[in-house]
Design a protein around this ligand. Structure first.
Ligand code: HBI
Ligand code: FE
Length: 286
């Protein structure tokens, strides 16, 4: 069934949002959040971009237990005008973009079970809130996320969702950033994953390539395993400037004439930080 025809799940509003119902979380749910939070904050010291760690403090996520989205949104609204709203899971692309364009980040309310601690299909509250929300307290990244949402609505109208999904995947979900003291993590899919937080920076297997919008939009990605290539930006300002300055319609037309690139491809024109061995490729997440 085409996503646009998908009707909201039972109990959800027209825009697919649902109450977080914070009081319904169990002690086990909060304990799972605390376990994941402790493991990641220990892993991310010195590895995550400073703005991410600052976001954890600014939003007082260092307090124990699953954050209450209403309290989180109050603090976030004051900083950058964003809010966090609960949804049952993945929402249709157009609606997802509409929420982002209105500075609403949609977050799953459920938290993973112990047997899913290292890998789960759908984004849970730890991936969405720990992974994505801290950087929404950073004004430049917050502007980028809204610009991305507005671009997504335009791309949806042009039938170019897949290209824009690649931009999201290789920046918001799995992006790396160059700093004076080396490469750092900022992608939500990486910082919320224990294994990938190490793999993305230290493992010799993946390529690490300079961010290049046109090239990145040709590049396929894998949803069920670590990435074979990561893209490195120089700053969040670079991301914001790129979305503001690019006329996407002619770019999509140019891309229509170019073949897609495999996840492990390195082009002669690529700025190569690491030429990966691809030794890890095609093993499942451990
Ligand atoms: N829905 N809840 C939710 N969270 C996402 O991250 C999300 C989504 N729907 C679509 C989507 N992401 C991606 O396809 C975007 O690139 C469009
Ligand atoms: Fe995500």
């Amino acid at each position: 069934m085409a996503q646009t025809e998908m009707i909201a799940p039972p109990g959800a509003r027209e825009d697919w949002t649902i109450p977080q119902d914070w009081a319904a979380y169990t002690a086990q749910d909060h304990a799972m959040w605390d376990r994941l939070f402790a493991r990641q904050t220990q892993m991310l010291a010195g590895r995550a971009v400073p703005e991410f760690l600052e976001g954890l403090d600014i939003l007082r996520m260092t307090r124990p237990g699953i954050p209450d989205f209403a309290e989180l949104s109050d603090r976030l609204m004051q900083r950058t005008g964003w809010q966090v709203v609960a949804v049952p899971g993945l929402v249709p692309d157009r609606l997802f973009f509409e929420h982002l364009a209105n500075r609403r980040f949609v977050a799953g309310r459920f938290i993973r079970q112990p047997e899913q601690i290292d890998y789960l299909e759908e984004p849970d509250v730890f991936h969405d809130v720990f992974g994505h929300v801290p950087l929404l307290a950073n004004p430049v990244f917050a502007d980028y996320m809204q610009a991305y949402g507005e671009g997504g609505l335009r791309a949806h109208a042009l039938g170019s969702i897949e290209r824009l999904a690649r931009l999201y995947w290789y920046t918001v979900e799995f992006g790396l950033i160059r700093q004076d003291d080396g490469l750092k993590l900022y992608g939500a899919g990486i910082v919320s994953s224990h294994g990938e937080s190490e793999f993305a920076l230290d493992d010799p297997s993946p390529n690490r390539l300079g961010f290049d919008l046109k090239r990145l939009m040709r590049t396929r990605y894998r949803i069920d395993d670590y990435q074979q290539s990561y893209f490195v930006i120089d700053s969040f300002e670079q991301l914001l400037r790129m979305t503001a300055e690019t006329d996407f319609a002619p770019l999509y037309a140019q891309l229509d004439g170019l073949p897609d690139l495999d996840t492990d491809t390195i082009l002669p024109t690529d700025r190569v930080f690491t030429r990966g061995s691809q030794a890890y490729a095609n093993k499942k997440k451990e």
